[in-house]
Design a protein around this ligand. Structure first.
Ligand SMILES: *[C@@H]1O[C@H](CO)[C@@H](O)[C@H](O)[C@H]1NC(C)=O
Ligand SMILES: *[C@@H]1O[C@H](CO)[C@@H](O)[C@H](O)[C@H]1NC(C)=O
Ligand SMILES: *[C@@H]1O[C@H](CO)[C@@H](O)[C@H](O)[C@H]1NC(C)=O
Ligand SMILES: *[C@@H]1O[C@H](CO)[C@@H](O)[C@H](O)[C@H]1NC(C)=O
Ligand SMILES: *[C@@H]1O[C@H](CO)[C@@H](O)[C@H](O)[C@H]1NC(C)=O
Ligand SMILES: *[C@@H]1O[C@H](CO)[C@@H](O)[C@H](O)[C@H]1NC(C)=O
Ligand SMILES: *[C@@H]1O[C@H](CO)[C@@H](O)[C@H](O)[C@H]1NC(C)=O
Length: 418
């Protein structure tokens, strides 16, 4: 969205009609405006011409960024980042999927696998009526000087974490970045496949980015059972221990959960539901949707109580990342083989999240919603699908995303709100 747009406007005769339509109301409005409003008009106008970056200032109010909505003044803090449009942008992706080997898991680096179409990498999300700060590694690190960003959640949280480190390093090999996992107890236990998380410090700005694996966000307590396999009490109304231990050292916290709240995962993980310190038995909370809802409510309120004593911390609940299995589920032949971006539309216009449990859970708290659900729903072509390195198994991954890809945008929306 740069010079090309202006050029097209100039060569298009219709634009004179459009300009007239725009200028007339502006002239009328100018008759009684203050200096502040004048600046707002001119910024809105610039932005409409695709030249908004000339007056880039994230803290300033913006005008009608989209001709469809003539809202004159609107501060970014009132912006609904989830309402907007995917735009092709030659400045995307923000790092190369061939180069970010130091941080990207092989299983998510689609450039290194069998995929041959990469159109899905070349879009940016533009919320309606809000100005987006220029997102780049240096800008992110500058904003996060002396600060710690923590992602706590499941594998989709880990994808967002890897995306953020690739963006912060520009995807380049970065020997100066320190592994500081030990500071947070994130070390591989003997016999474990991997540690419970990772933490890296960028010495130039003293910025730490970490991820802690917690699929449910809840405290897990080992239960003594007569079975040979250990079961765990999953305490719906208690945050995972790691958060209680380390939340004081976080400046930005991004939580997510969702894809593990099903019978299969609960049985596989030997999780037993507890609330108020007792097994939930066959009561209401045996329903996993209700159980998840209680966890979302509880954690939002617990984080809110932390924010009462540390209001400078910013905390987000990231909404569910959508799955795109068609003609079956992951284990019944479902697939997501589309390579055509945005075949189902490019715009989100609704006011509410498609993840209502998350939206309700943060209501009345200082925890913000990082609402990526509807936006990501438009990107069914961005999943790993079956173009992996392994021999074909018939299983398509329509849950995780190729990186670079859709989770980069989640981080861009996060950055806009820091
Ligand atoms: C952005 O706008 C704010 C408020 O209008 C102003 O104080 C600040 O200096 C501006 N920053 C830049 C980089 O223009
Ligand atoms: C970072 O934190 C240290 C210790 O609290 C402080 O001395 C230093 O001035 C801070 N640096 C910046 C750039 O804020
Ligand atoms: C780095 O930042 C942390 C806060 O995230 C602060 O506690 C620490 O003192 C800083 N270290 C330096 C060397 O500035
Ligand atoms: C489990 O058993 C061990 C050893 O018998 C005991 O120390 C521990 O307190 C028990 N834990 C629970 C939750 O009952
Ligand atoms: C979710 O939990 C909250 C708090 O316990 C409760 O008020 C609300 O009714 C629940 N919503 C659903 C759909 O179960
Ligand atoms: C496209 O949109 C329709 C209507 O909203 C929906 O039912 C369908 O599942 C969407 N398809 C994909 C691939 O997301
Ligand atoms: C992936 O699945 C499609 C059908 O959806 C099939 O045509 C293709 O051969 C599969 N590719 C691999 C590598 O398994």
């Amino acid at each position: 969205m740069k010079g090309g747009f202006l050029h097209r406007l100039l060569v298009n005769k219709l634009c004179f009609v459009l300009l007239a339509l725009l200028v007339v109301p502006i002239v009328i409005l100018l008759l009684g405006t203050t200096q502040e409003q004048l600046r707002v008009f001119s910024q809105g106008f610039l932005q409409q011409q695709g030249l908004g970056h000339l007056g880039d200032n994230a803290s300033a109010p913006v005008g009608f960024a989209d001709p469809a909505e003539r809202r004159i003044t609107r501060r970014n803090k009132d912006c609904n980042y989830a309402k907007g449009k995917w735009l092709a942008d030659e400045k995307r992706p923000l790092y190369s999927g061939n180069e970010c080997k130091q941080w990207l898991s092989k299983m998510w680096a689609c450039r290194m696998m069998q995929r041959t179409d990469f159109f899905y990498e070349t879009y940016r999300w533009q919320p309606h009526g809000c100005e987006m700060p220029e997102f780049s590694g240096p800008n992110f690190l500058k904003r996060m000087k002396n600060k710690t960003l923590a992602f706590v959640g499941d594998s989709l949280g880990r994808q967002q974490f890897q995306s953020m480190i690739c963006i912060a390093t520009g995807g380049k090999y970065s020997p100066e970045v320190e592994d500081v996992g030990w500071k947070y107890g994130l070390v591989k236990a003997p016999g474990a496949l991997r540690p419970d998380g990772w933490a890296y410090r960028f010495p130039g700005t003293n910025t730490t980015i970490l991820f802690y694996w917690s699929a449910s966000l809840s405290e897990l307590e080992t239960l003594n059972t007569t079975n040979s396999v250990t079961s765990y009490a999953l305490h719906l109304d208690r945050p995972v221990t790691f958060l209680k231990q380390y939340v004081h050292s976080f400046d930005v916290l991004v939580l997510n959960t969702g894809h593990h709240w099903n019978r299969g995962k609960f049985v596989g993980n030997h999780w037993e539901l507890y609330a108020d310190g007792k097994p939930v038995g066959k009561g209401r909370l045996a329903d996993l949707n209700r159980a998840k809802n209680l966890t979302l409510y509880s954690i939002a309120r617990w984080v809110d109580s932390e924010l009462a004593s540390r209001p400078q911390m910013k905390a987000f609940l990231r909404t569910m990342s959508p799955r795109h299995f068609v003609n079956g589920d992951w284990n019944t032949g479902g697939s997501c083989g589309s390579t055509v971006p945005l075949s189902n539309g490019s715009e989100v216009l609704q006011d509410h999240s498609n993840d209502m449990p998350a939206e309700h859970a943060v209501k009345g708290t200082r925890v913000k919603l990082l609402d990526i659900t509807a936006i990501s729903q438009l990107r069914d072509e961005g999943h790993i699908s079956n173009r992996t390195l392994r021999a074909p198994t018939g299983i398509h991954d329509c849950l995780h995303w190729c990186l670079p890809g859709i989770p980069d945008m989640w981080n861009e929306l996060l950055f806009a709100q820091l």
